[in-house]
Design a protein around this ligand. Structure first.
Ligand code: ZN
Ligand code: ZN
Length: 399
């Protein structure tokens, strides 16, 4: 069994409460389990196929879940890029290999299942893209209407395409993501619609399984887990899950949680480097990495704690560094990701060059979304195909 607990003041709410922010202090809620009731051993879990639902004892869903077989994504050893950076144990967890092509599916299988469990029948979210694509997919599977608010002109084409094709009602707001989030929050509270933004405590429960899978695939706790940070939900979630595993005794230490942000949208980096207790909102976040173009990270409070309590760090990278890494992952490792995803590995390249990493450190970078999510950013970077007359001579002339 579990309850909802305020991360700030500790106020508690029962599992069937539909509440997103603490009614006493306004801060976020987290799902808290009675871990003493979980009796399954880690060895027993390891006998199940690797997938998000391997870890169901650590999840709040009690009904038959709305699932499309998410999780169980590949963990790749980055041999060539690691060599270039002088790192022998550099890995990438490719979350783009989930059903809708991003890690958001872990949160949405949970979120839509919980909507059903709580008796809700319409779901909504504001999104920089991947959240809406994923919510549309799982709402379709659950036969639930879905409402999506997007910041106009700021969402990658592949993601809008998904939300539309899977049947969500897609609405473009002439404003930024942060405004879209405020609007959808208000809509949900006033109209009984179930809110599936990352303030929803259950989505993070799904996302925490990234950390579980990393430990299981690597066969140990890595020294460092590196995540691209926008709304800061993922880094908070992975940290929360691993804390649960430490408490229950599956693992005996935590990895250094490391946040990478784009230079134009880096409030978490500023807070860590400036030793601030809270993030200062970035009013005009700007970066090519649209999935992390967020100035007011909803989960900042949890993320700062995750970084500080594990001796981790935060670093920013330029758009040029992000795009260079997107190309290098594609060309040296065969891993196709969208720009935001490449931020984690780009951050490690920068930290390695600064001499901040040990060469044998076991480092896992989470790459969050698939290359095809953002075809426009790819076309802008690569030369177009060479067009020739249909003759062998012409073909040989251009090779
Ligand atoms: Zn607080
Ligand atoms: Zn509170």
């Amino acid at each position: 069994m579990y309850k909802l607990v305020c991360v700030h003041c500790g106020a508690e709410y029962p599992p069937d409460a539909i509440v997103y922010n603490c009614e006493k202090c306004g801060h976020l809620l987290a799902v808290k389990y009675d871990l003493s009731k979980i009796t399954i051993t880690h060895e027993e879990l390891l006998k199940r196929p690797i997938s998000l639902w391997r870890y169901k004892e650590f999840l709040p869903v009690k009904i038959e879940p709305v699932t499309l077989q998410e999780g169980g994504t590949p963990l790749y050893h980055l041999k060539r890029l690691g060599e270039e950076m002088g790192l022998t144990n550099l890995y990438a967890k490719h979350e783009g290999m989930n059903p809708s092509g991003s890690f958001k599916d872990r949160g949405m299988t949970l979120g839509v299942s919980m909507a059903k469990q709580l008796g809700k029948n319409i779901v909504a979210c504001a999104s920089t893209g991947n959240t809406s694509a994923s919510m549309a997919v799982y709402a379709a599977k659950a036969n639930m209407p879905a409402i999506v608010l997007l910041p106009a002109g700021h969402v990658a084409l592949g993601k809008v395409a998904q939300a539309l094709m899977h049947g969500a009602k897609v609405i473009s707001i002439r404003g930024n993501f942060d405004r879209a989030l405020e609007m959808v929050h208000e809509l949900c509270l006033s109209h009984g619609i179930y809110l599936l933004n990352s303030i929803n405590p259950y989505r993070l429960e799904g996302q925490k399984t990234i950390g579980f899978e990393i430990v299981d695939q690597l066969g140990c706790v890595p020294d460092r887990i590196v995540l691209p940070v926008g709304n800061a939900g993922n880094i908070s979630a992975v940290y929360k899950g691993l804390c649960e595993w430490k408490e229950i005794g599956y693992i005996d230490r935590l990895p250094k949680m490391t946040a990478i942000q784009a230079e134009g949208a880096a409030p978490v980096v500023a807070a860590i480097k400036g030793n601030l207790s809270e993030v200062v909102v970035e009013q005009n976040p700007e970066t090519v990495a649209s999935a992390i173009r967020i100035g007011a990270p909803v989960n900042a409070e949890k993320a700062l704690r995750a970084i500080r309590e594990t001796g981790g760090t935060a670093e920013s990278v330029t758009d040029a560094e992000i795009l260079a890494m997107q190309r290098d992952l594609a060309r040296y490792e065969g891993i196709g990701v969208e720009p935001a995803s490449a931020a984690s590995v780009a951050g490690i390249r920068k930290m390695a060059a600064m001499g901040l990493l040990d060469k044998d450190e076991k480092i896992v970078c989470v790459v969050t979304g698939h290359l095809l999510k953002d075809p426009e950013s790819v076309i802008k970077q690569c030369a177009p195909p060479i067009e020739i007359d249909p003759t062998i001579e012409a073909l040989l002339a251009v090779l």
